[in-house]
Design a protein around this ligand. Sequence first.
Ligand SMILES: C[S@@+](CC[C@H](N)C(=O)[O-])C[C@H]1O[C@@H](n2cnc3c(N)ncnc32)[C@H](O)[C@@H]1O
Length: 246
Amino acid sequence: MQDDDLPLLFELFESTPRQGPGSVASTHRALTLLPDGMRIERVLDLGCGTGASTLVLAEDTGAQITAVDIHPPFLETLRGRAAERGVAGRITTLVADMSDTDVLGDGYDLVWAEGSAYNIGFTNALRLWRPLLRPGGCLVVSELVWFTAEPAARAVEFFTEHYPEMGDEAQRLGDAREAGYEVLGSFRLPPGDWHAYYDGVDEALQDAVRRHGEREIYAATRLEKEIYAACGDDYGYVCLALRVPE
Ligand SMILES: C[S@@+](CC[C@H](N)C(=O)[O-])C[C@H]1O[C@@H](n2cnc3c(N)ncnc32)[C@H](O)[C@@H]1O
């Protein structure tokens, strides 16, 4: 992707219900992997987008949440949604780069990153985010991985271009242990979580092409969706729940 395509990609997802695969049910399921009775008072949601997971975390944990994203319009939408749901008082938004650890704070009980770690490299994210957690604090992170050792050639070709560092589940669990986390559990996001992500994308693409003309990033998004429809059994997101030892 060219650098000047990134703002267009962000804009494309301003009107969609979420910016990456996921669902309320999967956010709930990830919460169940955390230790019983764990203290969750301060949460950091990195790459929160318009807040699909942030709102669930605010409602389910009652914690104070710092919701971070690099694209201000996503956070504006999140603030509106939080006000509608009566949780605005528990969510502080912060426009920041998720790798800029000097501005993110520390001592968090929980760091959450649904579908966003890849932006700064998965292993880099694990390493940078560990010091943001208190001892015994947890990181929940979802990551795109291969589900099979022999994925379809079309999918390999696409992701070799768009996400060359893509690994498999065993590799990502190994990365987490190597970065000093205990693995509490993991699960694959179900296909419905992808449909929720693509919900509204066709309409957003049509609007975007009307505004900016045909662009490489729009063709890549269409192709990504087609490849998921054809080869979506071969890859997907794994959600990992990790803990920093006491
Ligand atoms: C795939 S979306 C996931 C959004 C949200 N967590 C969800 O599940 O709907 C990735 C998000 O990361 C944000 N992002 C990308 N690079 C970032 C960075 N360097 N720092 C902070 N946010 C970033 C994007 O704006 C986008 O909202």
